[in-house]
Write a protein that binds this ligand. Structure first.
Ligand code: PSU
Ligand code: MN
Length: 308
């Protein structure tokens, strides 16, 4: 086994990893399937800048021409953003096939974790993670992101999960799989567009240093799997819960009526929620990604001190 022969780590990222400097991974499904063009490209470039401004080297992850990439060029980010849904959304099961076929792929949280771990990156910032879908008791629709969190040693900083998911079942699943779920400066699970889900996470952490220590201890104890961090959207960008919940209920109903399933399910729901709420939800979405990038970068800075 030699996964390195499939992997291209950008020179700046490689140099930083070797020197033990802070590096943060970013996913690419959020670019191709999570936001419309051109805001997706703009956001992807800005989020890299947020990481740099907070002391970390960005490593946006994707598959280009069958190569696993940790660190993309501006042109590669633009290509993924323009191609949008034409690019394959790549989760764990798709990964070997897309590489074997030499195709392009946008990486989900699960696949970004896999490639980040291969490259030696231990922290990753995104918007929302996949989870247990509403109605999963019948459909079995549970994102591969959750299983990945139980296996692959990467910390994922997100803004909680959208209510397109069954949030209580998502927390149960993570508990079953032994994944720590930490709230940043709160014990309440964040609900992506809003700060409040009414659900409690395992532990509250109050600073990047405290989070870095948890990541460090878990690694040093040789435990497999990642950590999920729920970082609430800043108050000034959070949405009216009634507006967003109405849009989500409507989108879930339409998905059911149209028989949307499998990997199409999450992109369909995200796109419908966006349409039903107009530009507001996109604006919130962009801001929460920046907010997560900032926390991830600050944590990577603290983690690099502990690893010295
Ligand atoms: N949730 C969001 N925005 C996203 C996604 C989820 O709020 O962009 C994307 C992420 O890439 C996530 C993926 O890993 O969808 C989950 O897809 P699925 O449910 O098919 O595993
Ligand atoms: Mn699914």
């Amino acid at each position: 086994m030699d996964y390195k022969k499939f992997l291209d780590v950008a020179p700046e990222v490689e140099e930083a990893i070797k020197a033990g400097k802070p590096v943060v991974a970013l996913e690419s499904t959020i670019i191709s399937h999570g936001m419309p063009y051109p805001q997706n490209v703009e956001t992807a470039l800005n989020v890299e800048k947020v990481l740099r401004d907070n002391g970390a080297v960005p490593a946006t992850i994707a598959i280009i021409g069958g190569r696993l990439k940790a660190g993309l060029s501006r042109e590669e980010i633009e290509h993924l953003g323009k191609a949008g849904h034409e690019v394959t959304k790549v989760s764990r099961r798709d990964l070997p096939i897309i590489v074997a076929k030499g195709m392009d792929g946008a990486t989900t949280v699960a696949t970004t974790m896999i490639i980040a771990a291969m490259a030696g990156i231990s922290i990753f910032a995104t918007g929302g993670v996949g989870g247990v879908h509403r109605g999963a008791q019948k459909t079995f629709d549970i994102s591969a992101d959750l299983e990945e969190l139980s296996m692959t040693p990467v910390t994922v900083v997100c803004a909680g999960a959208k209510a397109i998911l069954d949030l209580p079942l998502t927390l149960e699943y993570l508990e079953t799989k032994g994944v720590p779920v930490l709230g940043y400066q709160t014990k309440e699970l964040a609900a992506f567009y809003t700060r409040h889900s009414g659900l409690s996470v395992d532990y509250q952490i109050d600073s990047p240093a405290e989070l870095a220590k948890a990541i460090y201890v878990k690694k040093e104890m040789g435990m497999q799997g990642g950590i999920l961090v729920s970082n609430p959207i800043p108050e000034e960008y959070s949405m009216d819960p009634d507006v967003i919940n109405k849009a989500i209920d409507q989108a879930v109903k339409e998905a059911e009526e149209q028989g949307v399933h499998g990997k199409e399910s999450t992109p369909f729901l995200l796109a419908r929620v966006k349409e039903l709420t107009g530009g507001d939800s996109l604006d919130s979405n962009i801001q929460l990604v920046y907010n997560n990038a900032k926390l991830a970068a600050q944590t990577a800075v603290e983690l690099s001190k502990l690893n010295k």
